[in-house]
Design a protein. Structure first.
Length: 141
């Protein structure tokens, strides 16, 4: 009986996590539209992106059958889930800023460069972009 019930719990939990990432993307769209008149190079998601991300929901039901780990699977340690991606992301971010700032554009900036987005909007934009990449390159084969 637990074998039948256990996957349903994970599917419901995966849907809750998926919905929370979708809500971050929607909040980012609303926030970006609210501040777009203040910034010249602001990149804003469209609502069509949310509709495209909805394509990943049916694949949540196939995630366990395809031997993909659930979003918060017990077999994946917190170090693998949180620390390693943060360290790798920070290393790529530092390298990216170094290359663009020092190698490609050595003179000082007078305004926000187009490859950066204003804080705290950048949290919503880059989180939504990472979620989109995860959906289309990992969840949907």
């Amino acid at each position: 009986m637990t074998k039948v019930l256990f996957p349903r719990i994970w599917i419901n939990f995966n849907i809750i996590i998926y919905s929370s990432f979708m809500s971050i993307a929607v909040i980012g769209i609303i926030y970006g539209n609210a501040i777009k008149s203040n910034f010249y190079f602001l990149r804003i998601w469209e609502y069509q992106n949310i509709l495209i991300l909805l394509l990943g929901i049916p694949f949540l039901f196939l995630q366990t059958k395809a031997n993909l780990p659930n979003f918060l699977d017990e077999n994946v340690s917190n170090k693998q889930r949180f620390l390693n991606p943060v360290l790798i992301g920070a290393a790529f971010g530092i390298l990216d800023v170094f290359v663009i700032k020092y190698l490609m554009h050595p003179e000082p900036y007078t305004e926000l460069p187009p490859f950066l987005q204003p804080f705290p909007y950048s949290i919503f934009l880059y989180s939504s972009g990472a979620f989109e990449i995860e959906v289309f390159y990992r969840l949907i084969p």
